[in-house]
Write a protein that binds this ligand. Structure first.
Ligand code: TYM
Length: 351
């Protein structure tokens, strides 16, 4: 994708394993965010690796956000993380704008990344559509800020859903070009972790479209804030074809809606899609959908309830985010200071 750059890939073992990932608080969290990202953030935390998780409010404002709603959604997302199992003591949990290293490193990366690389980003093309003259400059530069999020911590691994793969490739291109331009082995070649049965959860109304918080139809997604009744109703009404579930995975090939429901079931149950087909192959949707609805409610409802409880104490959420930001800053500040030095900026201010 990028111009050929040599990668002075000092052995990856030189970098301490560290996980970083982020979610935009630009709307409520969806089942896609939960299965593709958040659930896996919790698993990584529980594996005992150092984990840094960020609510990327500065990414959110690349498209218009109502200020009061942004604040509310950021707190709600933080509550969602904690309710889903993120322990703010074992993981670092914070909102991006409280750690200035992200914006600072993003500027340096704006000067490293090439226009051509950014123009090839499919997510920018999708989001800008025919309106590309009129979207914010921030939306175009978005992947450079994302690379800064990751590399301000020299993160070695980033759990994400499938849709972030190209951004992660760009992050490696930026790291490689920086290392190459300055003749250093400073940044790691970060690995994406795109794993499990639900790396791409699709819309409940159209199995060829990603489930997204920005879809105009609320019926297309399950929100972390939906109550048990709403979750069950949305699953019952999910678009499907008239055939029963096939007896092997091959039979799901041209049936995007059926495949999506099987994948959702698998991810919620901690099974593989093969195992779901083994148990439910041949079942009509009349029985598979209620089984899926029960499963979804049993997994999601406790999270929703806990999230609502946590939202009663907004001051506590803000305290957690502030404490997380201080811990994040302690890692990122020296890294970004070293970047300034590598680039040739004088750092003589007396503090
Ligand atoms: P965002 O906020 O759109 O989504 C957050 C995470 O959820 C995953 N995801 C999905 N996974 C499976 N199926 C879906 N339908 C689905 N929808 C969303 C995303 O892949 C992502 O992992 N650019 C990022 C946020 C970001 C970031 C970062 C991520 C900013 N800086 C640094 C990792 C590292 C984004 O817009 O994700």
């Amino acid at each position: 994708m990028a111009e050929p750059v040599q990668t002075p890939q000092s052995s990856q073992t030189a970098f301490k394993p560290r996980i970083f990932s982020g979610i935009q608080p630009s709307g409520g969290l969806t089942l896609g965010n939960y299965l593709g990202a958040l659930k896996r953030f919790v698993e990584k935390q529980n594996e005992g690796i150092e984990t840094v998780y960020c609510l990327v409010d500065m990414h959110a404002i690349t498209v218009w956000q109502d200020p009061a709603k942004l604040r509310q959604q950021t707190r709600e997302a933080a509550a969602g993380f904690i309710a889903a199992g993120i322990d703010p003591v074992r993981s670092i949990l914070f909102n991006q704008s409280q750690v200035t290293a992200h914006a600072e490193l993003a500027w340096i990366f704006n000067c490293v990344a090439r226009m051509g690389w950014m123009s090839r980003m499919t997510q920018f093309k999708d989001k800008a559509g025919k309106n590309s003259e009129n979207v914010s400059l921030g939306l175009f530069a978005y992947p450079a800020l994302m690379a800064a999020d990751i590399l301000a911590y020299k993160a070695t691994h980033v759990p994400v859903g499938e849709d972030q793969k190209q951004h992660l490739e760009l992050c490696r291109d930026i790291a490689a070009k920086f290392n190459n331009d300055f003749g250093v082995a400073f940044f790691p070649m970060t690995e994406p972790l795109i794993e499990g049965a639900a790396t791409r959860v699709m819309s409940l109304r159209d199995g060829t479209k990603k489930m997204s918080k920005s879809d105009p139809s609320d019926q297309s997604r399950i929100n972390l804030t939906d109550d048990a009744d709403t979750i069950a109703k949305k699953i019952r009404k999910a678009k499907t074809d008239p055939e029963p579930l096939p007896s092997d995975l091959e039979g799901l090939k041209d049936r995007p809606e059926a495949r999506n429901l099987v994948n959702i079931y698998a991810a919620l149950a901690g099974m593989t899609a093969e195992e779901v087909i083994r148990d439910h192959g041949g079942a009509p949707f009349g029985s598979f959908k209620p089984a899926l609805a029960d499963l979804a409610v049993s997994v999601m409802s406790p999270i929703t309830t806990e999230m609502n409880r946590l939202m009663q104490d907004v001051a506590e959420i803000d305290r957690i985010l502030g404490e997380g930001a201080a811990r994040a800053d302690a890692i990122a500040r020296p890294i970004v200071d070293e970047v300034y030095d590598i680039v040739g900026m004088i750092r003589s201010r007396v503090i």
